[in-house]
Design a protein around this ligand. Structure first.
Ligand SMILES: Nc1ncnc2c1ncn2[C@@H]1O[C@H](COP(=O)(O)OP(=O)(O)OP(=O)(O)O)[C@@H](O)[C@H]1O
Length: 409
C-alpha cells in the first residue's frame, strides 16, 4: 500500500486549485517512495492546465503579468489569430523541453487551420525523435496526422558550415589562410596578422550554423512555392548559440569591413599586384561572398527583431539554474531588441493528494523557482505558461497534440 505523506503547502495549494478547477478531469495521484511516477500519460489523459494567464492561481503560485492578454483573449487566441505569416522561435537552456514545446505548438497551429512549418536549427536535432518520424535530410517532410498541412525540416548544420568554408575558400583550394596570407604580402602582412582573419574564416564563429540555417529558411520561404505557410515554428539551439547568432552581424561587420578595406587598398595597388600575384580576382570574389553572407546574417537578425511577425518564446523549467539562465537570456534578448512576450515553465510537478518525500522536496524546489520568476525583473513581466511534467516521453503526433492542448491554451 502506498505510504501517505503530509502534503506540502505547495502541493496543498495545487490540490485545492485542482479541486476548484472547472477544467474537467483533474488527475490527482498519490505517490509513495516506491512509485515516484507523478503522473501517467499512458493510463489516462487526465491533466490539469496550470496556465496562470486566464485564471489566477492560489496566492503562492500566482505570477504577476503586466502583459496579460485582453479580457477573454487567451494566450493561444493571440498566437493563432490572423492569416499573416508569423514566426515563433522557441529557445532556452539545453534539455528543458524546447523541442517538445515547439513540436506541440506546430501541431496545435496545424490543427487550428494554419499550414505550418516546424524547423529545427539546433545542431543536435531531436525533432525526428519528437515526431517519431525521420525528418533528416535537410528537406521538407510532411508530418502525418494534423488537420492542416504540417511540414518539418531539420537543417544540417554541417552543410551550413561547409557552405561558409567554401565561401571563404578559393576554388576549393588551399583555403582562407592562403587567401589572407596572399593578400597580406609585403606591407599588408603585419596588419593582416593583427586581424586574425584566418582564424575567423577557418573556424566558423559559434552560432553561424544556426544563423545560416535560419537564413536558408527565410530564403526559400520568400519563394512563391512556400507562400502557403502562415506559421513557422523554430526549435532553436540552446541559449548561448542564439545569443551568438544575434551578435554575428556585428562580428562579421567588424571582420568583413576590414577585409573590404584591404580589398580597396589592393585594388588601388592594381596592376603591379595583379601581375605579380594574378589571383586577387578569386580573392575579391571571396570577399564578395563574405559580404553576401553578412547581409544574410543581418536579415536573420532583422527577422528576430521584427515585432510584427516574430516572437521569441523562452522555455524553462522550475529550477534555480534554469530560471537564472532564462533571466540572462531575456536580458540579452532585450538588449538585442528581440520581442519576448511569453515564458513557458515546463515540467511542473502535477497536483498530488499526497507526496512522497522525493516529490515533496521537488515541489518545494519548484515552488522556490516559481517564486524566483515572480520576483525576477526580467521574467516577471512575461506571460507565464505552466506545463506539467508527464511520466512518459512525448513522442508522435497524438502525444504532441495532447501536450499542445495542455500548454497552448
Ligand atoms: N512536460 C514534459 N513532461 C515530461 N517529459 C518532458 C516534458 N517536456 C519535455 N520532456 C522530455 O524531456 C526530454 C528533453 O526534451 P526536449 O528534447 O523537448 O528538450 P530540448 O530543450 O529541446 O533539449 P535539447 O536542448 O537537448 O535540444 C525529452 O525526453 C522529452 O520527452
Amino acid at each position: 500500500m502506498a505510504t501517505r505523506l503530509v502534503p506540502s503547502t505547495f502541493s496543498a495549494s495545487l490540490h485545492s486549485l485542482a479541486s476548484r478547477s472547472s477544467m474537467a478531469m483533474v488527475g490527482l495521484v498519490s505517490c509513495s517512495p516506491k512509485t515516484l511516477t507523478p503522473f501517467s500519460l499512458t493510463k489516462s489523459f487526465n491533466f490539469i492546465s496550470l496556465s496562470t494567464t486566464r485564471k489566477p492561481l492560489t496566492k503562492s503560485l500566482q505570477v504577476r503579468s503586466v502583459s496579460t492578454p485582453a479580457e477573454g483573449v487567451t494566450v493561444f487566441d493571440d498566437m493563432v489569430s490572423g492569416t499573416k505569416r508569423k514566426y515563433y522561435m522557441l529557445g532556452g537552456k539545453g534539455g528543458v523541453g524546447k523541442t517538445s514545446c515547439a513540436a506541440s505548438l506546430a501541431v496545435k497551429f496545424a490543427n487550428s487551420g494554419h499550414p505550418t512549418l516546424v524547423v529545427s536549427t539546433d545542431p543536435a536535432h531531436s525533432l525526428s525523435d519528437s515526431f517519431a518520424q525521420d525528418l533528416t535530410g535537410g528537406t521538407l517532410v510532411p508530418v502525418e496526422g494534423p488537420d492542416s498541412p504540417l511540414f518539418a525540416l531539420e537543417i544540417n548544420p554541417e552543410k551550413a558550415r561547409e557552405e561558409f568554408r567554401s565561401a571563404t575558400q578559393k576554388n576549393g583550394g588551399t583555403g582562407v589562410q592562403d587567401f589572407m596570407n596572399g593578400m597580406g604580402l609585403g606591407m599588408l602582412a603585419d596588419q593582416l596578422g593583427e586581424l586574425k582573419l584566418g582564424e575567423l574564416l577557418e573556424t566558423p564563429p559559434p552560432g553561424l550554423d544556426e544563423a545560416m540555417a535560419i537564413s536558408k529558411v527565410i530564403q526559400f520561404l520568400e519563394s512563391q512555392d512556400y507562400n502557403m505557410f502562415t506559421r513557422i515554428v523554430f526549435d532553436t539551439a540552446p541559449t548561448g548559440h542564439t545569443l551568438r547568432l544575434l551578435s554575428l552581424p556585428d562580428f562579421l561587420d567588424a571582420s568583413i569591413g576590414k577585409i573590404l578595406k584591404f580589398r580597396q587598398k589592393i585594388a588601388s595597388a592594381t596592376s603591379a599586384i595583379k601581375s605579380v600575384f594574378g589571383q586577387e580576382e578569386t580573392r575579391l570574389d571571396a570577399a564578395d561572398k563574405l559580404e553576401k553572407l553578412r547581409e544574410r546574417m543581418v536579415k536573420v537578425r532583422e527577422l528576430f527583431r521584427d515585432t510584427d511577425s516574430t516572437e521569441f518564446v523562452i522555455v524553462t523549467i522550475p529550477t534555480v539554474m534554469a530560471v537564472s539562465e532564462s533571466s540572462r537570456l531575456r536580458a540579452s534578448l532585450k538588449k538585442e531588441n528581440v520581442p519576448v512576450k511569453r515564458l513557458v515553465v515546463n515540467q511542473i510537478l502535477p497536483p498530488s493528494a499526497s507526496d512522497c518525500k522525493f516529490c515533496a522536496m521537488k515541489r518545494k524546489d519548484q515552488s522556490r523557482a516559481l517564486d524566483m520568476i515572480r520576483n525576477d525583473t526580467e521574467l516577471s513581466s512575461l506571460e507565464l505558461i505552466q506545463a506539467p511534467l508527464v511520466d512518459v516521453e512525448i513522442r508522435g503526433v497524438p502525444a504532441l497534440k495532447f501536450l499542445g492542448d495542455i500548454i497552448w491554451k
